[in-house]
Design a protein around this ligand. Structure first.
Ligand code: NAG
Ligand code: CU
Length: 519
């Protein structure tokens, strides 16, 4: 039998020739092979590498000592993979960074191919640059089984783990629902603590949207409902208005993001929610609206906008220049194996600071459908990594949407202004809250207008970009000297690793990794 890997490769190489056109609308480049189907992805802090995480299943070309594995470290410099050990089934998991930069991946699915079940498992990865690090099992498990949970980092660095189902489901229901949260590391008595919101939002409450607000509380959304959840009392604080339009969560999957926070408006948070689908039918239509809300406003309201076309299963990624990209997904059907059709190949560039009606630009289309189980996020070069697509129960090179192993890099339009990327020559590796610090840079224009931001690209899976967050830094740039001020507290930016970008006249630098924490 010919393997999937060799089956697909020739076709892919030919397809890459399409790239390189219309740079003004951005550019797609096919750069490598992911080895595993990239259902989940996260940057490995301190490195130029990405962790690709799949599920345990029949076909894989990636082995260690002849045994298949389902997670790899992908090197963005060489576009090569290093197989990692799969210690429990990572299918349908969640994750994020601990405040010391260790990557955590938790939850998952049933035992398969002699790999342990992962529903209540916690897997850790301490990043390295010497190819010696691997996944290790945390000795304590989650309190309950969680398939399709979400994780968000809190102001004190703790990870908030929310919801899920106790087994794989097409649609959640009362019997499978896991309406609870827990903290890692555990606090107090620990354990799973009930949260009514996840009962009220059945059946569309899997991979719920969770975004940390600068007041340290959480914006939580599922289905059409959202609340502010107090992280001091751990109880509901505010019921926010219902979003117009259809439900926005699995299997009617939309996407959400907290827009870049800016000291210029005292870090006023705004949440953007886009896409979704209008029913469980095969003819279900991708939703074309986005809603924007300021949860901490006196009277929060959803302000609706229209995308040029509908989109189910969008990825909403923060870009290195502070804009937002809405991409991947499809126009018809729902999330789930074999349930989506009509891929949407044209990404939208969304400028959050532009006036309503002038925020969206259609970018260069890709030629690769990125359906169920695909990912996209910003990498240290300042470009966007796009990969995945596996709407098939077993990986296959056949059918309307073959399992896709192509890794693409999208170069956004702002890199094509003619001005080179500014260069970060020296920056501290660690910064403390409120600290003023200096960064040595090289600029390339006569009149450089310089700004800087820090970015967590998040743990990305199933259109959910967990802990994704971008914060503009207070900037002073005089006589070629750049001084920046770190965010004031963990509500604005939780402690941990971030990419830092310097932006000159709208053109971002390559990033350096920076550790934020302490007092
Ligand atoms: C980070 O913290 C975790 C949890 O406390 C710990 O197990 C791990 O060893 C730490 N990593 C480093 C590099 O210190
Ligand atoms: Cu899935």
């Amino acid at each position: 039998m010919k393997s999937l890997y060799t089956n697909l490769f020739p076709i892919l190489a030919a397809a890459s020739l399409v790239a390189g056109q219309s740079a003004k609308l951005g550019q797609w480049d096919f750069v490598g092979h992911s080895g595993v189907s990239t259902m989940h992805g996260i940057l490995s802090p301190g490195t130029n590498k990405v962790l690709f995480i799949e599920r345990v299943e029949l076909a894989t070309e990636v082995t260690i000592n002849g045994k298949p594995t389902y997670t790899v470290e992908y090197d963005l410099d060489t576009n090569t993979i290093r197989p990692l050990t799969t210690i429990s089934n990572t299918f349908c998991s969640a994750g994020g960074y601990l405040m010391n930069g260790t990557v955590m991946n938790l939850g998952g699915a049933e035992s398969s191919q002699q790999v342990d079940q992962g529903f209540n498992k916690i897997r850790m990865f301490t990043p390295c640059n010497d190819a010696k690090c691997d996944w290790w099992a945390n000795n304590a498990d989650l309190s309950v089984l969680r398939w399709y949970p979400s994780v968000e980092q809190l102001a004190d660095g703790t990870l908030f783990v929310l919801g899920g189902a106790n087994k794989g489901v097409a649609v959640n229901d009362a019997a499978t629902n896991v309406p609870s949260y827990e903290l890692f590391p555990p606090k107090g008595k620990g354990g799973a603590i009930p949260i009514d919101f996840l009962t009220e939002t059945l059946p569309y409450n899997l991979y719920p949207s969770v975004h940390l607000l600068p007041d340290s509380n959480l914006f939580i959304m599922a289905n059409v409902k959202s609340i502010i959840f107090d992280t001091t009392t751990f109880s509901k604080k505010v019921d926010l208005p219902v979003i117009p339009g259809p439900p926005r969560h699995y299997p009617l999957t939309g996407g959400s993001v907290i827009l870049p926070l800016d000291p210029a408006n005292n870090y006023e948070p705004e949440i953007l929610v886009c896409g979704g689908a209008d029913s469980l039918k095969a003819t279900s239509k991708g939703e074309n609206t986005c809603g924007r809300i300021k949860p901490l406003d006196k009277t929060p309201m959803w302000y609706m906008e229209e995308m040029p076309f509908g989109r189910l299963m969008p990825d909403i990624a923060l870009l290195s220049d502070g804009e937002v990209m809405i991409l991947n997904g499809c126009l018809k059907g729902t999330a789930g194996f074999g349930k989506g059709t009509d891929p949407v190949l044209t990404p939208i560039l969304y400028n959050p600071t532009a006036k309503k009606g002038a925020r969206m630009t259609q970018l260069q289309p890709s030629y690769i459908p990125r359906m169920y189980h695909s990912i996209a996020f910003t990498v240290p070069s300042g470009q966007l990594l796009v990969s995945g697509s596996n709407p098939n129960k077993n990986p296959t090179g056949e059918g309307p949407f073959p399992t896709d192993f192509r890794v693409e890099i999208f170069t956004p339009p702002f890199f094509f202004t003619g001005q080179p990327q500014p260069l970060i020559k020296q920056a501290p590796g660690e910064i403390k809250y409120g600290q003023k610090f200096e960064v040595e840079i090289e600029t390339y224009s006569d009149k450089p207008k310089v700004s800087a931001n820090i970015l967590n690209s998040g743990f990305v899976t199933h259109s959910t970009h967990m802990s994704q967050r971008q914060i503009w830094l207070e900037t002073e740039y005089k006589n070629g000297k750049l001084s920046l001020t770190a965010p004031p507290n963990g509500g604005v930016a939780p402690p941990g690793p971030y990419l830092m970008f310097v932006v000159e006249n709208g053109v971002p630098s390559k990033a350096v990794w920076i550790m934020l924490g302490g007092k």
